[in-house]
Design a binder for this molecule. Sequence first.
Ligand code: HEC
Ligand code: HEC
Length: 328
Amino acid sequence: MPKSPFSRSVAELLSLSLLAVWMLGASHQPRSLSSKRLDIPLGLDAYMPVPEDNPITPEKVTLGRKLFFDRRLSRNKRVSCATCHDPRRAFTDGRPVAAGIFGKRGTRSAPTLVNRGYGAAFFWDGRIRTLEEQVLKPIQDPKEMDMTLAEASKRVRISTGELAAALASYVRTILSGNAPADRYLNGDREALSEEARQGLNLFRGKANCSACHVGPNFTDERFHNTGVAWPEGRLLDPGRFTVTGNEADRGAFKTPTLREIARTAPYMHDGSLISLEDVVEYYDRGANRNPYLDLELRPLRLTREEKQALIAFLQSLSGKICEGLRSP
Ligand code: HEC
Ligand code: HEC
């Protein structure tokens, strides 16, 4: 992990703010800080990196949430962030590839935004390093919202810096945890069915999924070639190669989180796999062959029951999505 300017956790920053509020005394009780907090759900890391120069505050989160649903950020005022990252679909759009302004199609699928506050690189190819930079990209993308930053900030009457800070702060509050799998791993033996428990063992064992989908967010935040971009031996999307120029990165993409996975079909960077059954079949046959296929992938030879069990486990990764700051 590269050394980053991030050093304080959200919890720490909020408790510092709360301390400041307390020290100001009751007579200066400010609007909201004392009554709002960010809850990190069960299963996630209590430490979330937040840049020193953009601490999470209730004001920014509230503003960022409004902006997230604000269609004025698109040229024709019809597309908002939520068009492609719909909270009712676990912050995805249900389409294979995203459709933006005037229905223009991109080439990649809109990923879920849950737990992106823990991310170290953004977009499927990881070309962006911070959420503050990331959230401005769709606004400027001619196929997504198609605005200049000057136009966007004029429409919403705040500076580009404030826009980025608010949207990034809101995205950091979008969290998914407390799924049956979390409760099971935290000692509630009843939280998973026997089938899902078998699935968990396969996930970590014979099926080798945890070679890449690891940690509280079920991702190593690294880039791997899983062959999805190489159907029939043709490379359709260079992926990570565009960022690094390394031959071996041709067709490599960032490992996505598996949280809420049952709710975010279709799957993969190009939305080419329709269901979890398809995904499991894809891995079971050892993925699409190509010169740079990750060494962790090979035919799994799972039985029918094992495939079902693995899917049952994946389904147990849907929990409760929280967003924004909530009253305790
Ligand atoms: C037209 C659909 C569309 C709109 C509108 C849109 N996004 Fe996205 N978003 C995408 C797609 C597609 C990707 C992945 C693109 C890629 O990897 O090249 C993405 C990626 C992201 C990511 C990176 C997630 C990750 O795992 O790396 C974040 C964060 C994000 N969008 C936030 C936003 C915000 C905030 C807005 C509003 C300002 C927004 N998006 C508007 C489609 C959209
Ligand atoms: C070598 C690393 C690696 C291994 C092993 C691996 N994955 Fe993945 N997984 C990835 C990457 C990288 C992607 C994104 C690939 C793409 O879109 O081109 C992905 C995508 C997925 C997706 C789609 C996520 C989405 O949001 O679209 C699912 C579901 C998934 N993997 C489940 C599994 C399961 C189940 C296993 C075990 C059978 C497994 N993975 C093994 C790296 C891995």
